[in-house]
Design a protein around this ligand. Structure first.
Ligand code: PLP
Length: 410
């Protein structure tokens, strides 16, 4: 990655006269001192708000915006977003607790995941949240829980779509998948839900993640909608929620182009109209977004503890690494390793190619592979941008026994 590439994504963050990155309007060194030092993840409230506003602008008001807590379950951040989105999507009882603690009405919390435990299903039923059914077993367990409490569980059917999301970083439907039930089995599952007397509320589809192509996203949402519409005659109850997934990606380097929301919003407005006509005005289309809401609002900050020269190649050894930011090391599902945008805080003279590494005894502990940076040494702060999603909780923090990383909402 050239310096220009890294600086492009980073340039979205303002700097002060001394070249310090501004977080929540304050210089980074001060914010780091305030949270107790490095390493740390810092999430900027203003940037979260800007992102929600950008999504809402010109979005048809029949579309509901949900946050997928998995991307970043930090309680303060979820609490902040809970007041700005229409619902929260969780993938475990732990995330369910975070969502409910954040003050989200259980009516607007939904639970997906291929291996829901008996106890998790019972908790979800008791809390009154929407369960996205992914197997026939889940129906049986929810019937039992519903009988115990006298309230039918709220359910939607998660569909393993018969197609993939094209050009996606991670494909989560099409072919044989552990997620949802195959479209071919949906009529049987709907019949079971009807016979069981569960409170049917709609469908959930999720084709994939990290997609920067508006065309591919629109195509997947339209095909998902057409498929769901085909089951109109089999519905146990009126549809209230049609969750068409998300998959909106963010640029991780300057070779990536930001997703163009305009055609996506236009297509969603069209689908909202069709949805109202086909399913009735009570039916709402839901899109669920994780990294798109939070990824660009967060940075990871570590400090250079040593500068070493090995056979002519300089290494900046930092107090942070893959144990806290697995994704930036390129080991979180990436097919080809690419550097996250990395920068030095504050103006520094000079420039050269260096590798930024962490303190672990493994060559995988790489935060920047041969990046172009100004001259930096012990004490300098290194910033990894685009780090608001899949950071702390997606990392093997106990690996090598270093202390945990601090997170702060600024
Ligand atoms: C992981 C996941 C998301 C969030 O994905 P992002 O790429 O962070 O937007 C949303 N929905 C489901 C079902 C998921 O599994």
């Amino acid at each position: 990655m050239s310096q220009a590439e890294g600086q492009g994504v980073a340039a979205a963050w303002p700097r002060d006269d001394g070249g310090e990155w501004l977080v929540g309007g304050r210089p980074l060194s001060r914010v780091v001192a305030e949270v107790g030092g490095t390493p740390c993840y810092l999430y900027d409230r203003g940037r979260l708000d800007e992102r929600v506003a950008a999504l809402r602008r010109d979005l048809d008001d029949r579309i509901d915006l949900h946050y997928a807590v998995k991307a970043n379950p930090m309680p303060a951040l979820v609490g902040h977003l809970a007041r700005r989105v229409d619902g929260l999507d969780v993938a475990s009882a732990g995330e369910m607790r975070v969502a409910l603690d954040a003050g989200m009405d259980p009516a607007h919390v939904s639970f997906a995941g291929p291996g829901k435990l008996d106890a998790e299903l019972a908790q979800a039923q008791a809390a009154g949240i929407l369960v996205n059914l992914e197997s026939f077993r889940e129906v049986d367990l929810l019937v039992a829980a519903s009988e115990r409490t006298g309230t039918p569980a709220r359910v939607a059917v998660r569909v393993n779509l018969p197609f993939e999301l094209k050009a996606s970083g991670m494909k989560m439907s099409g072919g044989a998948k552990q997620f949802g039930v195959d479209a071919e089995q949906v009529p049987d599952l709907l019949a079971r839900v009807r016979a069981a007397g569960l409170a049917f509320e709609g469908f959930h589809c999720y084709a994939g993640s990290q997609n920067l192509s508006a065309e591919a996203i629109v195509e997947a949402q339209q095909r998902s909608y057409d498929l769901l519409r085909g089951w109109l005659d089999l519905l146990p109850a009126p549809v209230r929620s049609l969750n068409l997934g998300g998959g909106f990606g963010i640029p991780y380097s300057d070779r990536d182009r930001s997703l163009d929301l305009v055609p996506v919003k236009r297509a969603l407005a069209d689908l909202a109209g069709r949805c109202e006509a086909d399913f009735g005005a009570q039916a709402r289309i839901v899109i669920e977004l994780g990294r798109y809401l939070v990824g660009e609002a967060g940075i990871y900050v570590c400090r250079v503890i040593d500068r070493k020269l090995s056979r002519g190649h300089p290494f900046l050894v930092t107090d942070g690494g893959m144990h806290q930011h697995l994704a930036a090391s390129g080991n979180f599902g990436q097919v080809i390793r690419r550097n996250y945008p990395v920068a030095v805080n504050g103006h520094r003279p000079g420039s050269g190619t260096v590798s930024v590494v962490g303190p672990l005894c493994t060559p995988l502990d790489l935060l920047g592979d041969r990046v172009e940076l100004p001259d930096a040494g012990p004490g300098d702060l290194i910033v990894v941008f685009q780090s608001g999603a899949y950071g702390r909780t997606a990392s093997p923090r106990q690996f090598l026994g270093h202390p945990d990383v601090v997170e702060a909402l600024i």
